[in-house]
Write a protein that binds this ligand. Structure first.
Ligand SMILES: [Mg+2]
Length: 299
């Protein structure tokens, strides 16, 4: 690495701008002026070598893309619009200038496509690569979609197809691998569910439908009944669709009927919210155990 200053300058050139961001990279802090009547949404995520990606199989640009995509998926889940992000990067001994450039190339490509400015960050050396991101988004005050609003009788819906990322991780190639590497954050869908379709609750599927739906039900103090009609990613198993993580699709509830698709993203009704038995999920009469990904579960 030649120098940190040169690196910062390169990043700064590609960082993008936002009208409310009156000061970006280069000073001690960034300055952001919120728009009146809007609430700010914040989310943070860690992407760690050998936990979330491997240097042998994941290109630098894919790691950069996914670092931001995961944060944007959380903003989408609240029905928000992304505003800016802050990224801190710990670099292992094996990374070189090309890797770092690739990381920011992948990240900034998605940032430009979603109007997310890169407002600052930090770079340091460490034993393994670690990318730590904070994403800030916004939504009109009082309207952000939460996990806690699902009501008995609401339909349960998911976007896209499930299990693709788990299949991709196993196969290491094909469309499923692409889904694993470059999940598309469902920003337009989330915004439409909030502004137009009256979704009562929403979250993104990061750890697997079984555990994420369980979490949504716990927050809403309800249970769920699935009808077994899941949109399974082509080639994936039902188990991968139920428990596989990192699909980054949206899981949401609606009192009425959702359209078949929004902005080209297909929607599927997978069940109904029920009263009582907080957190319980039934599928075709059986109780579904929340087996999705949990960092702290003992093996
Ligand atoms: Mg989330």
């Amino acid at each position: 690495m030649k120098s940190e200053l040169a690196l910062v300058e390169r990043i700064r050139r590609g960082a993008g701008r936002s009208r409310q961001l009156s000061l970006g990279i280069g000073d001690d802090c960034a300055i952001y002026m919120p728009v009146a009547g809007e609430e700010l949404l914040f989310t943070t995520d860690l992407l760690i070598e050998d936990v979330h990606f491997r240097r042998e199989t994941h290109k630098a640009a894919d790691v950069g893309y996914k670092t931001l995509a995961r944060g944007l998926s959380d903003i989408a889940a609240m029905g928000g619009a992304p505003k800016f992000c802050l990224v801190s990067l710990a670099l292992a001994e094996w990374t070189d200038e090309r890797w770092v450039d690739g990381f920011y190339k992948g990240l900034l490509e998605l940032a430009r496509g979603t109007k997310t400015a890169l407002a600052g960050g930090d770079v340091a050396r460490a034993g393994k690569v670690m990318a730590d991101i904070v994403v800030c988004g916004s939504a009109p005050a009082g309207t952000a979609l939460r996990r806690s609003g699902a009501k008995p009788g609401d339909g349960i819906y998911v976007s896209g197809a499930l299990g693709g990322s788990a299949l991709g991780l196993e196969a290491g190639r094909g469309k499923a691998w692409k889904k694993h590497l470059r999940p598309a954050p469902r920003l337009k869908l989330g915004a439409a569910l909030r502004a137009k379709w009256g979704a009562t609750s929403c979250m993104d599927l990061s750890d697997g439908l079984s555990i994420d739906l369980h979490r949504l039900c716990v927050e809403s103090r309800v249970s769920a009944e699935l009808d077994g009609d899941l949109p399974v990613f082509p080639g994936a198993t039902v188990a991968q669709a139920l428990h596989g993580g990192e699909d980054y699709e949206l899981l949401f509830t609606l009192p009425g009927k959702a359209p078949r698709s929004i902005g080209g993203v297909p929607l599927t009704r997978i069940g109904t919210i029920r009263r009582g038995h907080t957190g319980r999920i039934k599928i075709e009469g059986f109780e579904l155990q929340p087996l999705g990904y949990d960092h702290f579960r003992k093996p």
